[in-house]
Design a protein around this ligand. Sequence first.
Ligand SMILES: O=P(O)(O)O[C@@H]1C[C@H](O)[C@@H](CO)O1
Ligand code: URA
Length: 315
Amino acid sequence: MTERKGYAGNGLVHVKNPHLDSMDEDVLYHFNLGTKTHNLPVMFGDVKFVCVGGSPNRMKAFAQLMHKELGLEGDGKDLKDICAGTDRYSMYKAGPVLSISHGMGVPSISIMLHELIKLLHHAKCRDVTIIRIGTSGGLGIDPGTVVITDIAVDSFFKAQFEQVILDNIVVRSTELDKDLVEELLNCSKEIHDFPTLIGHTMCTYDFYEGQGRLDGALCSFSNEKKLEYLKKAHDAGVRNIEMESTVFAAICGLCGLKAAVVCVALLNRLEGDQIKAPHEVLVEYQQRPQHLISIFIKKRLGLYNQMELLCIFPE
Ligand SMILES: O=P(O)(O)O[C@@H]1C[C@H](O)[C@@H](CO)O1
Ligand SMILES: O=c1cc[nH]c(=O)[nH]1
């Protein structure tokens, strides 16, 4: 069974659940927010960009970067975690930009997306673009390369996400917005400090055996078999591997959100499994998708100016 995409002309976020209408309150449990306890349209009605990533610290740093880049009032350093009442996810807001952590893996991001999309719906947000800014393992690319995902694929290189619902498997499309991919690639041309490319992203259910690593607590395959699989993935167009892109693309697509995935490669998986780069190098790598997206957002808002870029990335 397949489902259809939810893009519509009014720019509103779609929730495709008839039961929601009959609930007198919606508690967004993992955000510690709710329709009776919080005025969601006032708190979030102006949101136009949502950026998500695994780590709470990264998403706080991104909100602080956007606070500075958008020239918002006050010291972005004291931005408050909107989800401080729970330690499941962290959420920060800088003007029209919402920055949220999603933890690791499909179940964690899936729960976050259900509550985020209901939040955007209750807040009556319009024309929202959502971007995952993450880390990944590269395939045949240099560490530090930023990959803009054209197609999110599963472990069999298929552009689909299988959701188990009751005792059925529902197959969902993982198509992403092609125009957004091109727009992001154009933004990357402004940055000369690191390579950015478009490629397929493979999403797995595990970091170790699921990504063909030899260094987990369990491993039942040889180095030859691992490389055979990874090369097959590379031949199919996969340029990086992470753990959220397929469900992210599927859910956002069904709910009418324009979505993109932009992940930096921390290593080249054809050369090894362990992530050995020094901490400061890894921190700088994680900032790369953030800088690209900050340019994208500023361009969209008509706030981008080339001179400023030279200050951020002096030649
Ligand atoms: O956004 P992050 O950096 O968490 O994305 C990848 C995929 C997993 O969540 C995690 C594994 O290290 O990193
Ligand atoms: O190899 C990697 C690195 C980061 N994230 C992943 O999922 N895999």
